[in-house]
Design a protein around this ligand. Sequence first.
Ligand code: ACM
Length: 266
Amino acid sequence: MLVGCYQFEPVFGEKEENLLKVKKALQKLKNCLVVLPEFFATGYQFRNHEEVQILSEDIPEGYTTKALEEIAKAKGLYIIGGLPERFNNRYYNSAVFVGPEGFIGLYRKTHLFFEEKIFFTPGDTGFRVWNTEFGRVGIMICFDWFFPESARTLAIQGADIIAHPSNLVLPYCPQAMPVRCLENRVFAITANRTGVERRKQGQELRFIGKSQIVSPDGKVIVRASEDREELLTAEIDVSIAREKSINPYNNLLSDRRPSLYGPLCA
Ligand code: ACM
């Protein structure tokens, strides 16, 4: 099956323009599971709470989710992308999952990064996995990768593919995700953005690009450049992610010793 991700440079606050760009890029795809970056339609660097309020949306009723649903329906796509969500007077760094049948689900980022902590509430959905015709798909958002528990929790719930909308600024994730994939035997699709945001004095955020699709044996199947808009795709076989045995004696899920991992859950 075909999976992909779209790396580009969103313009801050220009939702319509950014969505149009996504729509045009995704015209090239059919019957594909495609991942978009974190905050792909709004941009990332909020200056204040007011900007967060103005740009956040209800899910699934809001403009961005509806626009993604339309694209998904027209092209037979499954799409995962990140957006700021308004819910019960709180704001979350969220990702939606839509398909040809419409809205599938929502994930709220668990581990907030840097000034996201000023503007957003830590996610309360927990890690979720959806069973689709593209296999079992779980979501984590950007900095969630830094916590191995995120990918592990998705793998234990049966994820074949981790969809990973991102706005990476630290350099480590492209090297680290192959390890997450290897230790959980899952595919991962990290959709990052490019460009620089300088919306706050003395604070430049340079996004590292390098979106990638990684296989359960830790191989980078395809990786984008640091600075160019790119649509990456790869043909994958999700059944590879369901074989958790490494040899006749070792299975990476059933060999776990949760009774000795108590401090992890403290
Ligand atoms: C990040 O979580 N956006 C680095």
